[in-house]
Design a protein around this ligand. Structure first.
Ligand code: ZN
Length: 253
């Protein structure tokens, strides 16, 4: 009997260690997903996509008015939180759905990493898979309620994902929108740096910037840099018009 209990103890210990190992395997370090536009149907390779995150915070009206004046299309990743706080911004976007494709940035801007205590840039992630599902699906519902158009793309807060989270987002039916040029580093860069980064843009690039910090230099930097891109003969497209392909092992510029 004693022997049998010992054996059970060691068996349970072994099982515990194995489960622990599996749990730490599931908690892969988060990665930034880097994408470019698929060039399958575009041999000229002259398309670029501008994506703007509306995380939480305010509405950068100057930036959106600049895009409207210059007929530059963009894909907006908005959270439910941002939509609720910025009804005027939403009204302006909705008046120009020919230019703006509005996609899912989650319900509450929680990074797509799963596990108690995990953080990205200091922002806590999701405690478990159920919370991740809620973040993605409630974000999608908010976009559809606000615009009448269901989203097909998802970008998590901070644009970093662990493997379990990215697998689940895709299983829910959403494509993950990475990027290849980080134009404003979370709306922290000055005008000249933004213009400099936009000079690196080539056909196929996906630009990320922000439209939730009107006091930043983002509107000024993009206004100057995007006009230069147009002058170079590149054409802006929305993500609902193209597919993206993941570029592995190449850091975003
Ligand atoms: Zn964000």
């Amino acid at each position: 009997m004693r022997k049998c209990l010992d054996r059970t103890f060691f068996w349970l210990l072994g099982l515990g260690l194995a489960l622990n190992g599996l749990a730490s395997m599931a908690q892969t370090p988060p990665v930034e997903i880097h994408d470019r536009i698929s060039q399958v149907s575009n041999p000229m390779n002259n398309r670029v996509a501008l994506t703007l995150d509306a995380c939480s915070g305010k509405f950068d009206e100057d930036l959106i008015l600049f895009l409207i004046r210059n007929r530059i299309p963009a894909t907006i990743f908005a959270t439910e939180k941002w939509l609720l706080k910025n009804p005027q911004g939403l009204t302006l976007l909705k008046a120009h759905l020919d230019l703006f494709d509005i996609e899912d940035h989650g319900e509450n801007h929680i990074p797509a990493v799963i596990g108690a205590g995990r953080k990205v840039y200091g922002i806590p992630g999701e405690p478990d898979m159920l919370h991740l599902r809620r973040e993605v699906l409630e974000g999608a519902r908010a976009i559809e309620d606000a615009t009448g158009v269901p989203p097909h793309w998802y970008r998590g807060a901070t644009a970093e994902y662990d493997q379990a989270a990215s697998d689940e987002i895709r299983r829910l039916g959403y494509k993950i929108a990475g990027f290849s040029v980080n134009a404003d580093a979370g709306a922290t860069l000055k005008r000249a740096r933004i213009v400099e980064r936009l000079r690196q843009v080539h056909g196929g690039d996906v630009i990320i910037a922000h439209m939730n910090k009107p006091k930043s230099d983002t509107a000024e930097g993009l206004s100057a840099g995007l006009i230069e891109i147009l002058k170079r003969g590149l054409v802006f497209v929305r993500l609902d018009e193209v597919d993206l392909v993941e570029v592995k092992g190449v850091p975003a510029r």
